[in-house]
Design a protein around this ligand. Structure first.
Ligand code: HEC
Length: 149
């Protein structure tokens, strides 16, 4: 009986560890998705005229990006060693082999955001801001993001 209990206990612990790692991967993915909501769901759509220009929405999207980007280094501190179930993108193992270089890709995004914050007033300036910010996101993705499917 005792032995069965120990085995059952080990199984529960094992499942807990797997859950925790999936949770970490999901947190990392959610942070990127939140950035995508501001960048593509709001800003890119407005530059294309898919949704009308709205100053308040622009300012909120840029403020939200600023807050999210500040969380990248800490959110990616732990290697979940697994991808989010069914995800299109995953993290390269290089993130944790070279975390300092990964982190060094963050300040350029923050600088690009700071440079456009409060200065976007119309679709033309929004287009320029989009490119300036998104190019810096891409700089990290080129090395550290993997396409899974
Ligand atoms: C320091 C590196 C880094 C920076 C900077 C960065 N990302 Fe990412 N991004 C990643 C990694 C690693 C992944 C893959 C893991 C994941 O999806 O969580 C990713 C995934 C994504 C995904 C795919 C999410 C999915 O699974 O559907 C989107 C969208 C995204 N990033 C948007 C952005 C945007 C927008 C910015 C700029 C504001 C940005 N990222 C800045 C590293 C970065």
């Amino acid at each position: 009986m005792k032995r069965i209990l120990i085995v059952a206990g080990t199984l529960v612990l094992g499942a807990g560890a797997v859950m925790a790692q999936q949770d970490i991967a999901v947190q990392q993915d959610n942070l990127m998705r939140s950035q995508a909501k501001s960048m593509y769901g709001v800003i890119l759509k407005m530059t294309k005229g898919e949704i009308p220009y709205n100053q308040k929405a622009v300012d909120e999207a840029i403020a939200s990006l600023e807050a999210d980007v500040a969380k990248i280094a800490k959110t990616f501190e732990v290697n979940p060693k697994q991808d989010v179930v069914n995800a299109t993108y995953g993290s390269s193992p290089k993130v944790w082999q070279n975390k300092a270089d990964f982190d060094s890709k963050i300040p350029p995004v923050q600088k690009a955001i700071a440079e456009v914050k409060g200065k976007v007033t119309d679709v033309a300036s929004l287009k320029a801001a989009y490119t300036a910010m998104n190019d810096r996101c891409t700089d990290c993705h080129e090395t550290y993001r993997l396409k899974l499917k």
